[in-house]
Design a protein around this ligand. Structure first.
Ligand code: XMP
Length: 517
């Protein structure tokens, strides 16, 4: 088995852009291992990590700010290929002796970029090419030995180069830059000389090795299993890493989807033969949530209750030192716990990150914390997990408590559970379930008038939400056929007691989020 440090890597220095991590994800998509590291990483650390090239990410600062993040000077002495992106370009210009100024022509959105010099970065790129720009600062004077390699109408220095150092003012990592992947591929293979050797198999080997390095020979691990693809993948990796010292715990918090508990029991106990403990603490969770309306408080309460359940279970099973959970990169970023990115602001406390109590009685294992959902699905598939599990929609850790708007009551829970079941069933029936990211029905306290037979009937309004997304950072509402919506609406009003109206959410993320709370 290879050691992670033996893999050739491209390191992404994180200057604080919310999407800095996307760059390393793109490099991994090319089959080369990449990770996000702090902008002030030391040269010896870069060498230890076996880096073949560096990418400087974008960021919200200006290089002339007093406390602007800059790379250490010693980084340049390594002579490694460097690709600067947006703020990364400005860092290179500033630190190599050029001048960056606040531009009076702020450029935002798509721009046509003309390649003016044939260099490795632009191998096979059409000319002109569409790129995504978002910057207020721009170089005024280039450092010595740097030349312009591409221009746009508003950017005379849209891309610059000097030897193996390249920098672009636009963002090759976003899909709006039509040939961005090709440029990254040119940098990674043609400039850095990397080989394509990073696959889901190597990722699994690597994760197993890392876990074995952390967990002592006599230590045991509790895996918080929700039945979703993330925690199931963690459980499968841990099974290989620590064998019988793994205990999967599924918490029935009373906020589950229809049939969830039975599904998890059937897959894990019967089909995968895992050591599964089902902890039914639904009464405790629901009583703690009584009267609570604030979404962040609900998230925190569920997070804290989860830990209590794990602690109780751990005491019952004998001492367990480690808690493993299926935290993804997107959970961390939206809870604003990014290691290097101090500039991101919190969107929600995902219970398994921001919702954890400060004093945790376990050491934490999060083997998927650098990955996005679709990468995890590939890993799950490679591990041989059943398709039904690999393709299951994400379900938030705080469960239906965040799909019930306002106070969580048994009545509203039942409405959201039953109506969501209908939405999922009908999508499956129409062959559309796997095409969408998530589909559910939310319910709040709004009541609307209906008519049953000849009499007035007042009941709840239910909102169906079906979204399409690649990584949950952004999402678009799904343009479902009217016939399908009609069928779902009819079934909900007919089959779910207490519902009189059904609405469809037509807002994207941003500005909305995927879950209502
Ligand atoms: P939002 O609602 O923030 O959700 O747009 C983005 C994605 O994350 C899921 N989600 C969660 N997952 N713990 C999780 O494990 C949580 O607390 C949590 N909150 C939201 C959500 O379902 C969507 O896929």
């Amino acid at each position: 088995m290879r050691d992670a440090s033996s893999f050739e890597k491209v390191l992404v220095l994180d200057f604080g852009a919310q999407y800095a991590h996307l760059i390393s994800r793109r490099v991994r998509e090319l089959g080369v291992y990449s990770e996000l590291v702090p902008f002030d990483i030391a040269a010896k650390e870069v060498l230890r990590k076996n880096a073949k090239g560096l990418i400087f990410s974008g960021g919200p600062s200006s290089v002339y700010d007093e406390r602007a993040p800059l790379a250490r000077e010693e980084i340049y002495d390594l002579g490694l290929p460097i690709l600067g992106i947006c703020y990364g370009l400005q860092v290179l210009v500033h630190q190599r002796g050029g001048k960056v100024v606040r531009s009076n022509r702020r450029e935002y959105g798509k721009a046509l970029v003309n390649v003016v010099e044939e260099v490795a970065l632009f191998n096979g790129i059409p000319n002109p090419t569409t790129c995504w720009m978002s910057h207020g600062d721009a170089p005024e004077v280039l450092p010595e030995h740097f030349k312009v390699i591409a221009k746009s109408e508003n950017s005379p220095y849209a891309a610059i180069a000097s030897g193996k150092m390249f920098a672009v003012q636009f963002h090759p990592e976003v899909t709006h830059t039509s040939d961005g992947m090709k440029m990254l591929s040119n940098f990674v293979f043609d400039v850095c000389g990397c080989t394509r050797n990073w696959t889901t198999e190597t990722m699994i080997e690597d994760a197993i090795k890392e876990i074995q390095g952390k967990v002592g020979a006599n230590e045991r691990v509790l895996c918080a299993l929700s039945g979703g693809v993330d925690s199931s993948t963690v459980a499968a990796i841990l099974g290989r890493a620590v064998g019988k010292r793994l205990f999967c715990v599924f918490v029935d918090h009373g906020l589950l989807r229809e049939g969830e508990r039975e599904r998890v029991e059937s897959i894990f106990k019967r089909r995968l033969g895992r050591n599964l403990v089902v902890a039914d603490d639904s009464k405790k969770f629901l009583s703690k949530l009584k009267g609570v309306k604030d979404p962040e408080r609900k998230r925190k309460i569920v997070g804290a209750e989860f830990i209590r359940t794990f602690e109780r279970t751990s005491r019952k099973l004998g001492k367990i030192q480690w808690l493993a959970q299926g935290t993804l990169y997107t959970d961390i970023i939206e809870s604003a716990k990014g290691a290097a990115s101090k500039h991101e602001s919190k969107i929600k406390s995902h219970h398994n990150v921001g919702g954890l109590p400060k004093k945790l009685g376990f050491k934490l294992l999060e083997p998927l914390k650098d990955l996005y959902k679709d990468e995890v699905r590939q890993v799950a598939h490679t591990l041989g997990l059943p398709d039904e599990l690999v393709n299951t929609h994400p379900f938030p850790g705080p469960g239906l408590s965040v799909r019930v708007i306002g106070e969580v009551t048994r009545e509203k829970l039942e409405i959201s559970r039953k109506a969501s079941g209908i939405v999922e069933d009908e999508l499956k029936e129409a062959g559309m379930y796997e095409r969408v990211w998530q589909a559910y029905a939310a319910v709040g306290d709004d009541l609307a008038t209906g008519v049953k037979g000849d009499s007035r009937d007042v009941g709840h309004m239910v909102t169906i939400r079906v979204v399409e997304s690649k990584d949950a950072m952004t999402a678009d509402w799904s343009r479902l056929p009217y016939e399908l919506l009609e069928k779902v609406s009819n079934r909900i009003t007919n089959e779910v007691p207490g519902v009189t109206w059904v609405t469809y959410a037509v807002s994207s993320k941003p500005p909305s989020t995927i879950e209502p709370q």
